[in-house]
Ligand binder design. Sequence first.
Ligand code: SF4
Length: 301
Amino acid sequence: MKIGVLDVDGHNFPNLALMKIANYHKQQSDAVEWLNHLQRYDKVYQSKVFTFTSDVKTVVQADEIIKGGTGYKMYGDLFCDDTEPDYSLYPQYPHAYGFLTRGCVRHCPWCIVPKKEGAIRPYRDIETVLHGRKTAILMDNNVLASNHGLQQLEKIVDIGCKVDFNQGLDSRLVTDEIAKLLSKVKWIRFIRFACDTTMAVEPLLKAVEKLNKYGVKNYRIFVYLLVNDVDDANERCKILKRLGVNPFAQSYRDFSNAVSPTQEQKYFAWYVNQKAVFKATAWEDYRSKSKALSSRQSFVR
Ligand code: SF4
């Protein structure tokens, strides 16, 4: 069979489902390639991770088109989930990609994970994810909430591979013992947390203090910052700025994508994420000086 795969979100980040599907079909001796809209296929797999990504507009020529992914609000398990990913689809990325746990113990109202994956559960071993690679991007939602996850962190330390938990760790679960464990991990670049609400500030500060105790410097800490109320986000950001950690602002979207970010949220996120601007200017000054902002009626909502 001739199989086409289509990463609707673009090729900015490896699509794990498509890599597994590609390998599954190659194991059946099928020919697998990135979709070429000029070609006809027996079967096309079309994957979309983000609800806000526009769907593909160009005609897909295939006897069968199979869509999947959170972006299509399809939350079922992948039929070939146990298959190893085919990394040849994304030769520009050197890391292994995967999960050690699935699910989460929390129920944040904006997040699809509890609905999609349910309670936290063990999923994979780090060596299975690495599959011979030296570094891994791990997309776990709350690895610290799982005994299996903590055992895997110990194994990561023993193996000496480099990792990045790119969805962030839960600062509320950083005990002294866990901080010590995290300080021994080789991080690809950052230890990531989230500070999405005012209530998240205090646990984050405590986690940072514990990590500092074990020698982790603040410039190695990266903090996702959800931007809903901009003034509130700015107050959280000022604390993070004083601390010397790296905030990364994301405009609020609920998982159904029913609410689009406002212009003000988008500008604030832009301001925070342009590090030179963020370091040199306070948001209040940046906002008042920006003619572009003040000329936009939609800025004030
Ligand atoms: S802790 Fe993270 S993964 Fe868990 S429900 Fe909240 S936002 Fe989602």
